[in-house]
Design a protein around this ligand. Structure first.
Ligand SMILES: [Zn+2]
Length: 53
């Protein structure tokens, strides 16, 4: 378990994989899984989604 870097809500590591992007359940910010051991997340860069259109 870790915290959302934006709103500090608890973020479950369960069923997450490295590199996965998911919305925070509390604030809706897109978070990217940076590491699993220890579990760490950071806000996903929105511009990256424009790649490979
Ligand atoms: Zn949040």
């Amino acid at each position: 378990m870790t915290e959302c870097p934006v709103c500090a809500a608890d973020v479950e590591s369960k069923d997450k994989i490295a590199g996965e992007v998911f919305p925070c359940v509390d604030c809706g910010t897109e978070l990217e899984v940076r590491a699993l051991e220890p579990f760490a997340v950071e806000p996903a860069p929105k511009e990256a989604e424009d790649w490979g259109e």
